[in-house]
Write a protein that binds this ligand. Structure first.
Ligand code: COA
Length: 416
């Protein structure tokens, strides 16, 4: 069939699809299948129907249950947005209060889990530690293999979300009782306390940390959410699927990019070295960490929020930060220059900084050790992972089992 015939046939096939966006999507899918015979990276392949979040990659819009993420970050608490993502609507005041109490009541770890965390090798990367610790929780929840009860699933999700900061804080401080005798006003305050009690005592930092958590809570069918859903589709329990999602998130092409960005900025050393770094990376076809996205064709709205709303509160007073934290100022200046170069060189290819480009500059400012950056991402994204799992268990889904194109040997036999 000639190309022209093929195009005519495709147009005829899609004649009855009214929505132009859907039409274009199907057109691209069918053409990819015809051209390549398969979908590398499952790009653009719809695998699920979900009502939790939505990205409009052309307009740079991310919504949770219909609300733009910037509005949620600016006006809502961690508790409200987590409630929204898990339940479908924003809570009433009393519901928000109850949800906060439930979270704060569930922060404590069973002794067998905290003991194990304290015995982990301190060289373990915090993301691997987090994944292992989550799995250990199954030992004290032997009914967790039952996944068909919505109320129980929501209860388990809240209890697990609550424990993330404690798992991380226990490993970071090397103390099981690091939070003992403390009362917290909000979940965000507690989460920040686990990294920096000094910053958690300042409401303006708690607000920024809360915003950063909200920005990361869900992001449609990303790699870790897909992993959670793939494991969940076999009806494995919550600890197994969340542990898998954490492992997926740890990769540098996904959440692990935030750690890589700051390490890259440190390696570049100063703003005047940026052009050399960019030229060198492009010449050697090396990706620049914190840049690019499968869905966004314009600036990532979460990155924009970090850049325009959160970071100016820290780096806006140039003289102060230069005097108090010259190392931080140098990183920031290097990042600003890197961003300019990236936009100049890669903007025309629709490659722009993503959320991981900027988030580390905030985490660094609240004294989070660099290897812990991605654990903050996980602390927020566990809300989305569990919401997707609950949605999946509520619908009669199928086990994930895609198809492969076999390219190996024909059947052959052992020669005796
Ligand atoms: N730096 C330089 N070039 C990049 C790039 C980056 N960060 N990201 C993508 N590209 C280029 C690729 O080299 C490729 O170019 P080509 O068509 O000339 O070969 C093209 O853009 C498509 O890249 P590809 O990796 O196929 O896109 P993808 O949709 O599969 O991947 C990411 C998306 C996010 C994995 C990818 O952009 C990336 O690896 N970014 C860096 C890691 C990162 O920041 N991850 C966090 C995501 S929130």
């Amino acid at each position: 069939m000639t190309e022209k015939h093929l195009e005519e046939k495709l147009n005829r096939l899609l004649e009855f699809v009214d929505d132009p966006q859907k039409k274009e999507h199907y057109y691209r899918l069918i053409s990819t299948l015809l051209e390549k015979g398969y979908f590398p990276g499952l790009a653009e392949v719809p695998v699920v129907k979900s009502a939790i979040s939505h990205i409009d990659g052309e307009r740079g819009l991310l919504t949770y249950r219909g609300y733009p993420v910037e509005e949620l970050a600016e006006y809502c608490s961690f508790e409200s947005v987590a409630f929204l993502i898990l339940n479908g609507d924003l809570p009433l005041e009393a519901e928000e209060k109850e949800f906060r109490e439930k979270l704060l009541d569930n922060i404590y770890l069973p002794e067998c889990v905290s003991d194990s965390i304290l015995h982990f090798n301190p060289n373990l990367h915090p993301m691997n530690m987090l994944s292992a610790a989550v799995l250990l929780l199954e030992a004290v929840d032997k009914d967790s293999w039952q996944v068909d009860n919505h109320r129980e699933n929501v209860k388990r999700a809240i209890a697990l979300i609550a424990k993330f900061p404690t798992i991380i804080g226990t490993f970071l401080t090397g103390k099981a009782d690091f939070n003992k005798g403390r009362k917290f006003n909000s979940f965000a305050e507690y989460a920040l306390f686990c990294f920096s009690p000094e910053h958690a005592a300042k409401p303006e930092y708690v607000k920024m940390f809360e915003e950063s958590l909200i920005l990361h809570m869900d992001h449609t069918m990303n790699n870790s959410t897909f992993s959670a859903r793939a494991v969940g589709s076999s009806q494995a329990g919550i600890y197994a699927l969340i542990s898998s999602a954490i492992n997926s998130l740890s990769g540098p092409l996904h959440g692990g990019a935030n750690e890589r960005v700051v390490r890259t900025l440190e390696a570049i050393g100063s703003a005047d070295q940026v052009p050399r770094h960019v030229e060198n990376s492009l010449e050697h076809h090396q990706k620049i960490m914190g840049v690019g996205h499968r869905i966004y064709k314009t600036y990532d709205p979460r990155a924009k929020y970090f850049k325009d709303v959160i970071l100016p509160k820290i780096y806006g007073d140039e003289e102060k930060i230069k005097a108090e934290r010259p190392d931080l100022w140098n990183l920031y200046e290097t990042a600003v220059t890197l961003e300019r170069y990236v936009q100049e060189k890669l903007g025309k290819k629709n490659l722009h900084p993503n959320v991981d480009f900027w988030s580390g500059l905030f985490y660094k400012a609240v004294n989070v050790p660099t290897e812990y950056f991605t654990t903050i991402f996980a602390m927020a994204r566990v809300v989305g992972w569990t919401a997707h799992w609950i949605e999946q268990q509520d619908s009669a889904g199928k086990i994930y089992r895609p198809y492969q194109l076999y390219v190996g040997f024909d059947t052959r036999h052992i020669v005796k």
